[in-house]
Design a protein. Structure first.
Length: 307
């Protein structure tokens, strides 16, 4: 007869290794519960929006930096010209030695500076687009500094297929070597077309390891919830016998193995699942030890597996 010994937290469990569902309930002593390091937590209801596969490309931020610098310089020049025009107008009106010619020259300079500012503002609006609305004015200088220094990267994200209207997309994430899913600072719809026929989007990755021109797999999110279920930590889910399980605490020191369906990964690595209810208390740590104990006290074996 096949048997196994599994030591977890100093506690040994002997039992039959069965291929089908064995005893689905387990009762522990307080000492076993403590030694196995089991932690429990109630699950909460959650939902996940629609996701679209996408491609993200790291783009050169220099045009953004240049147009913003030009806009700041034009704004300062316009403010100075406005103050000078007001000063000369007041002095000319009061007869304080400023000629009409000097006053008119200051006014003409103001008109020139305002015209230049409007032109640069329009260029800045066209280039930065919706990002101007999503980033506070005070946050622009440090953000552009991070882009210039390489501490952050500007990404253009394009869906793999045309799946949604631009207004239906609310965020994006990329997959990198360091992370399965890194959330981006969302800047919205790009004011400039990308390589695909659909809308392209912009985001900021606060990750200096990415290189300009680098391409990464990405995902776009739509805000309308599509899937509903319960949120559980990845540490709570066990894969066994081709199915996914969690241990639900029915009473103190009593657990029942319950199979669940995995719907989607959520931010932070949690799973959206069905098969349990909101408020159910599950083992979030120590699930593997519970499975070992579960199998160790199993009293059933599949007929075709028994010796």
């Amino acid at each position: 007869m096949n048997s196994f010994l599994l030591k977890l937290g100093g506690v040994a469990f002997f039992g039959l290794l069965v291929a089908r569902l064995a005893h689905a309930e387990i009762a522990l002593t307080q000492a076993q519960f403590d030694n196995l390091g089991i932690q429990t937590h109630p699950v909460v209801a959650a939902s996940a929006g629609t996701e679209f596969a996408a491609i993200a490309r790291v783009v050169d931020p220099l045009p953004w930096i240049k147009v913003d610098n030009d806009w700041q310089a034009a704004t300062a020049s316009t403010n100075a010209a406005r103050a000078e025009a007001a000063r000369t107008r007041e002095l000319n009106k009061n007869g304080n030695g400023v000629s009409t010619h000097v006053m008119e020259t200051a006014q003409a300079q103001l008109v020139a500076e305002e015209t230049k500012l409007r032109s640069i503002s329009a260029e800045r609006q066209l280039l930065l687009g919706e990002a101007l609305r999503r980033v506070d004015a005070a946050a622009w200088p440090p953000l552009l500094q991070d882009l210039a220094s390489g501490r952050a990267r500007l990404l253009r994200i394009e869906p793999a297929v045309i799946t949604a209207k631009p207004a239906e997309v609310s965020g994006a994430a990329i997959r990198t070597v360091a992370s399965d899913r890194t959330a981006l600072q969302w800047l919205g719809v790009s004011a400039q077309a990308g390589n695909s026929a659909s809308a392209s989007y912009l985001g900021i990755a606060h990750d200096g390891s990415l290189a300009i021109g680098e391409v990464a797999a990405a995902v776009l999110f739509a805000p309308t919830p599509e899937l509903s279920g319960q949120r559980v930590p990845a540490s709570a889910v066990l894969r066994w016998q081709g199915r996914n399980w969690v241990y639900v605490s029915e009473a103190a020191l009593h657990f029942e193995r319950q199979d669940v369906s995995l719907l989607r990964r959520l931010d932070g690595g949690d799973w959206l699942v069905t098969g349990i209810e909101a408020g159910d208390v599950i083992a979030t740590e120590g699930s593997a030890a519970l499975l070992a104990a579960d199998l160790g006290q199993g009293k059933e074996t599949a007929p075709d597996e028994a010796e």
